[in-house]
Design a protein around this ligand. Structure first.
Ligand code: CTP
Length: 194
């Protein structure tokens, strides 16, 4: 199973899968987190484009993928190799959109593969998550409600709702990211033939 991430959630998911005997490839952006389980193969990337290339190459070889990385939606259009010197009172940077990795995997997904995405939403939570589930052809989406206490990037806890393709919603309580990872993998496992 593949797992595309760079944060605590991705490492916790990879660990949880490996603890259950799954062979995991963790595609991760720069992170100080470590993973000890020999069942986890770590593939390090430094840009959204590299993550896209690795994920597209690996996906056909796995039973499923969990997309937990908060991929930047935009990247500088014209990256500079040297320091940008101060000039004038403002700096306008041109940005271009990154490739949507989850959407591409959703497009090439085979019927026996599982694709799980995340949705970080700040408003119209369920409605937006359901739109993402459909547009990226996911099997489940893990909804995070931004702005709520204990939810987000710099905390160790998370509160999630898992939504499936029939729009069935399973709400979980606020808990540590390690326990959230366990809930997600339990949920996936109970819906997979393994
Ligand atoms: N994702 C991805 N590639 C991107 C952006 C997002 O694979 N370039 C994945 C994330 O890993 C997540 C899902 O798509 O599983 C939803 O990401 P999110 O940031 O919530 O939404 P976006 O699709 O970026 O849409 P928006 O920012 O407009 O809400």
């Amino acid at each position: 199973i593949g797992n595309y991430s760079s944060g605590k959630m991705g490492y916790a998911l990879a660990n949880q899968l490996a603890m259950r005997g799954a062979q995991v490839t963790l595609v991760s952006g720069p992170s100080s987190l470590k993973i000890e389980n020999p069942l986890v193969k770590l593939v390090k990337v430094e840009s959204a484009q590299q993550m896209y290339e690795q994920c597209v190459a690996i996906f056909p070889t796995v039973d499923g993928a969990i997309m937990s990385a908060a991929v930047a939606d935009f990247t500088p259009a014209d990256p500079q190799p040297e320091k940008i010197k101060r000039k004038g009172d403002e700096l306008i940077l041109a940005l271009k959109a990154t490739k949507d990795i989850a959407a591409e995997l959703g497009r090439i997904k085979k019927s026996n593969q599982l694709l799980v995405g995340f949705a970080l939403e700040s408003q119209h939570y369920e409605e937006n998550a359901i739109k993402k589930l459909a547009s990226k052809n996911l099997d489940f989406i893990v909804l995070n409600k931004a702005g709520q206490e204990g939810v987000g990037f710099n905390v160790d806890t998370n509160q999630i709702t898992i939504i499936d393709r029939q729009n069935k919603q399973t709400v979980f309580s606020l808990k540590s990211k390690v326990d959230v990872a366990e809930d997600i993998i339990n949920h996936i496992e109970s819906h997979m033939n393994c």
